[in-house]
Ligand binder design. Structure first.
Ligand SMILES: O=C[C@H](O)COP(=O)(O)O
Length: 337
C-alpha cells in the first residue's frame, strides 16, 4: 500500500518525466539594486533546519518512480572535472560519459534512449577540448571563471577571463562572487561586480557561485542570492566544491526561497545549482523533492536546475543497474574519467 506522500510523489513524477523536451525561459534581465528589499530579508535558521531535517525521511520514492527520478537527475547534472591535473584525455572521457551517461543495456531495460547530462563543466583551458568532444550533441560546455575558486585575482582579469572563455566556446559561465563584499555588507559592490560579469558573458548564461560556506550566515546567503539575481544572474549556485562546507539542504532552502521571491516580484525564473559533495543518488532525489515542493515542476528542467557534481553520476548508474538487475556491481564498473 502506498502512503499519501508516495501517491503525491508518483503523480508528480509522471509530470516531470526525464524525456520532456527542454524548455527555455526568457533570460533574467536583472533590475535596479533595491536595498530596502535586501534589508528586509530574513532567514529563520531553526525553522529552516526543521524543514530540512524532515525532508529525507518523509520522502519515499520507490521502484519505477525512483528510476524516473534518477533519470531526471542525470539530465540535470553539470558533469564536472575541476582538478589541477585535468588532461585533454580525461575531459574527452568525461564528455563521452556526458553523451552516454548510462550503459545501453540498462537504458534498454528502462525503455529510455537519448538521455544526456545537462552540461560538462571544466576550467578554461579545457573548454576547447570539451567543445570538440561534444560537437553535434547539443550538450553545452560550462566554464568556471573569474579566478575560481577564490575569486581574488585582479578585477579586470576576472572580466577578461569570462570573455576568453566565451570566445573559446563556453555557453555557460560559472563565476565566483567576492565573498568579502558580502561579509562587509557592501551590497553595491557585489551588485556592480555581478552586473559586469553578466555583461562580459554576452549570450552565454551566467551562474553566480556564492560560496555559501564562507558567507557567515543564512541571512547573508539570502541577501547575496537576491543581489545576484537583481544584477542579472541566470542561475545562483551554492559552492565551488572547494570550500570546507559546500551544498547543504538549509542553504538550498534559503536560496530557492529567494528565487521564488524574485519570481513573484519580477516574473523571471532564475535557475538553481547546488554543487559540491553531492555524490549519492538518494541525496539527488532529496534535492529534486525540495525543488518540486518549493518551486514546482517547472524548475525540474535542466534549463532551471543543475547539480554541480563530479561523482554523482556513478552512484546513480549503480542504482539504476540495481533497479534493472536486482544486483549492484562494483562502483569501478561505472568508471567516470
Ligand atoms: O561545481 C561543481 C563542484 O566543483 C563539484 O563538486 P564535487 O566534486 O564535490 O562533486
Amino acid at each position: 500500500m502506498t502512503t499519501a506522500q508516495e501517491q503525491t510523489t508518483d503523480q508528480l513524477d509522471a509530470q516531470s518525466n526525464a524525456q520532456l523536451p527542454q524548455l527555455h525561459e526568457p533570460r533574467n534581465p536583472g533590475m535596479p539594486l533595491d536595498l530596502d528589499w535586501v534589508a528586509r530579508v530574513q532567514a529563520n535558521t531553526s525553522a529552516i533546519e526543521r524543514r530540512c531535517a524532515s525532508l529525507p525521511g518523509r520522502r519515499s520514492v520507490k521502484k519505477d518512480y525512483q528510476a524516473a527520478w534518477l533519470l531526471k537527475a542525470i539530465t540535470c547534472i553539470d558533469l564536472t572535472t575541476l582538478s589541477g591535473d585535468d588532461t585533454v584525455g580525461r575531459v574527452a572521457r568525461l564528455c563521452a560519459k556526458a553523451k552516454t551517461p548510462v550503459r545501453a543495456d540498462i537504458l534498454d531495460e528502462l525503455g529510455v534512449e537519448g538521455i544526456t547530462t545537462g552540461a560538462v563543466c571544466v576550467y578554461h583551458d579545457m573548454i576547447e577540448s570539451a567543445v570538440a568532444a561534444l560537437k553535434g550533441t547539443g550538450i553545452p560546455v560550462a566554464a568556471v571563471s573569474t579566478g575560481f575558486p577564490a575569486g581574488l585575482s585582479p578585477f579586470h582579469l576576472r572580466v577578461e577571463e569570462i570573455r576568453e572563455s566565451v570566445k573559446a566556446g563556453a555557453k555557460e559561465i560559472d563565476i565566483v562572487i567576492s565573498r568579502r563584499h558580502v561579509l562587509s555588507q557592501n551590497w553595491q559592490a557585489l551588485y556592480d561586480e555581478m552586473v559586469a560579469f553578466r555583461e562580459a558573458c554576452g549570450e552565454a548564461h551566467v551562474k553566480a557561485i556564492l560560496a555559501t560556506g564562507e558567507l557567515g550566515s543564512l541571512r547573508n546567503v539570502a541577501r547575496a542570492s537576491l543581489i545576484c539575481m537583481m544584477a542579472g544572474a541566470d542561475f545562483i549556485k551554492t559552492s565551488t566544491g572547494k570550500e570546507s562546507v559546500n551544498a547543504t539542504l538549509p542553504v538550498s532552502l534559503v536560496m530557492i526561497r529567494a528565487i521564488r521571491d524574485y519570481y513573484d516580484r519580477t516574473g523571471y525564473r532564475v535557475g538553481y545549482k547546488p554543487a559540491g559533495g553531492i555524490s549519492k543518488a538518494k541525496d539527488a532525489i532529496t534535492y529534486l523533492a525540495l525543488i518540486k515542493e518549493e518551486l514546482g515542476d517547472r524548475w525540474l528542467q535542466p534549463d532551471l536546475f543543475r547539480f554541480g557534481a563530479s561523482s554523482l553520476l556513478g552512484d546513480i548508474e549503480r542504482q539504476l543497474e540495481h533497479h534493472v538487475t536486482g544486483a549492484y556491481s562494483a562502483s569501478n564498473r561505472h568508471a567516470m574519467a
